[in-house]
Design a protein around this ligand. Structure first.
Ligand code: TYD
Length: 211
């Protein structure tokens, strides 16, 4: 039986990566076969691409950025995600194609039709079965990422955008939520880590029961 594909999305600082790790271990604890992965950087080539474009000081043309995320995704879908789904695994990815729609589309200004074509090419049409969007007011998300860099974590190129960029990104995610309410669930990421963890687990277990 084909597995299930669950993606996590959110503004930087929304806490989704921590939540993803916790969900993966809760599901494994229940005996489920889980692949936890990420974009960009889920494959060896993807990790090199990630370093090349998130950590460069060089100006990166918006089109190069769009295509590099797409290249990372093509490699990831082909060599990791599709094979794991074919083996019946539950694949959980920290970001996927909706991030391109939000960051390169709404954030950088590429048209929906260009972004959708690039996504279609990179994914061969593979869509997540369920997407959790970790929503948080932009000021709070920015405060969290600022605290992270005070704590010595490196800021990447995408973390240095002004607030209005993230407002556009957030609005794009909320638009997807309106258009695809079945697949795309909004999680209020403003609660405590434990509250959010319990909500995430509830949604995912209910989803897995119904499919
Ligand atoms: P990362 O350090 O993984 O951030 P986070 O932990 O917040 O996910 O960096 C990924 C960055 O790349 C993040 O700012 C979002 C951005 N991104 C895009 O702009 N487009 C994409 O298609 C993807 C997958 C990520």
């Amino acid at each position: 039986m084909r597995g299930k594909f669950i993606t996590f999305e959110g503004i930087d600082g929304s806490g989704k990566s921590t939540q993803m790790r916790m969900l993966a271990s809760e599901l494994r604890f229940r005996g489920l076969n889980v692949l936890a992965t990420m974009e960009p950087g889920g494959t060896p080539l993807g990790r090199r691409l990630r370093e090349a474009f998130l950590e460069t000081e060089e100006n990166v043309a918006p089109l190069a950025e769009l295509l590099l995320f797409a290249a990372d995704r093509a490699q990831h879908v082909n060599f990791l995600v599709q094979p794991a789904l074919a083996e019946g695994k539950i694949v959980i990815s920290d970001r996927y194609a909706d991030a391109t729609f939000a960051y390169q589309g709404a954030g950088r200004g590429f048209s929906e039709s260009v972004v959708n074509q690039v996504i279609e090419l990179a994914t061969s049409g593979l869509k997540p079965d369920l997407t959790l969007f970790f929503d948080l007011p932009i000021e709070k998300a920015l405060t969290r990422t600022a605290n992270r860099s005070d704590a010595g974590e490196q800021k990447n190129r995408m973390d240095k955008e002004p607030a209005f960029f993230y407002e556009r990104v957030r609005a794009a995610y909320l638009k997807i939520a309106k258009e695809e309410p079945e697949r795309f669930r909004i999680i209020d990421a403003d609660g405590s880590t434990d509250e959010v963890k319990a909500l995430v687990l509830k949604i995912v277990l209910e989803f897995l029961e119904t499919v």
